[in-house]
Design a protein around this ligand. Structure first.
Ligand SMILES: [Zn+2]
Length: 81
């Protein structure tokens, strides 16, 4: 009886380990693409980090701006002056 319970527990452990391993592999498969994406702080569209301008506000807050929004800000500044 104890042997049977141990066998079931062992099988369950293998199933859980396989599931966790599979999940980890799946996350690794999708993460590099997701990791490189950031939202523009103004229009909230997602862009690759290489396409965004990064500015640090204070000690911790990081803001990303896309080219379109930077140009529009630049345009707004031009109108005011
Ligand atoms: Zn933007």
């Amino acid at each position: 009886m104890i042997v049977t319970i141990l066998a079931i527990v062992f099988l369950l452990l293998i199933v859980v380990a396989a599931f966790v391993g599979y999940k980890t592999v799946m996350q690794r498969g999708t993460s590099p693409e997701e990791m490189n994406l950031e939202k523009c702080s103004i229009c909230r569209e997602k862009f690759e980090k290489s396409q965004l301008i990064l500015r640090q506000i204070g000690d911790y807050k990081l803001l990303y701006f896309c080219r379109k929004c930077v140009l529009s800000l630049y345009g707004d500044l031009g109108i005011k002056n």
